[in-house]
Design a protein around this ligand. Sequence first.
Ligand SMILES: C[S@@+](CC[C@H](N)C(=O)[O-])C[C@H]1O[C@@H](n2cnc3c(N)ncnc32)[C@H](O)[C@@H]1O
Length: 244
Amino acid sequence: MLESSSVLLFIVFALLFISLLCVVLIRKNGTAALIWHEIIKEKITNFIMNQSKERRILNFVLQNAVRGDPCSVMETIDKYCSEKEWAMNVGDVKGVILDKTVEEINPKVALELGTYCGYSAVRIARLLKAGARLLTVEFNPEFAAIAKQMIEFAGVQDKVKLLEGPSEVIIPQLKKKYEVDTLDFVFVDHWKDRYAPDTILLQVLCRSLLPAGQISNQLTHGITTWKSGRDTLLSPSSAFNFPS
Ligand SMILES: C[S@@+](CC[C@H](N)C(=O)[O-])C[C@H]1O[C@@H](n2cnc3c(N)ncnc32)[C@H](O)[C@@H]1O
């Protein structure tokens, strides 16, 4: 009797110790925090609410933002993601750098690789001048559906075309299927392993209209890598031209 109660006591203390260890780890270690928040906690919340995080973000926007006001949509997404759940939007800090680049380049045709919930698409689209357009590429059907609603709610749907599918399939179709002759601005923000191959794909597609030897220079000079190393802005000094 005494033996079994001391075993039970040991288990309780061991569990308490492990829980305490986990809490300290989550607070002190970035990777542990990421695993807890982004994998374990998110999966539990999705299961309990029977709803994805991206759907929760959209619902929060639909309930709290002003329809037809892109800035209100952006602010509401930022509020949700800073107060409730982190999400992989470019966010308000890096968003300011994105804004500056878009304003500086003033693109007629812009391309975004990686739409997610549409945050950066709304952010870019609100700065486009009349007649300019943004093509944004997303291969996850759930994210694409959410982004479409987000873009429409923000009132920028006339400036944004969402192309659903993998970037490596969409990029070669830009010229013929989507009537793109020139790309003035590319925001590369999809999965990291596609950064280089898709950049090369864009290079190859515009090769014949650029003087030999200038392509790599032009691209190297045009690329700004964010501090986090995650997102890349591709803003060549002159546009990407697609050969006819
Ligand atoms: C970091 S998120 C994009 C965030 C978004 N630009 C923003 O700031 O609001 C990356 C997105 O790229 C998408 N993605 C990743 N690889 C892709 C590919 N090869 N083709 C199309 N979409 C891709 C993912 O599904 C994800 O939604």
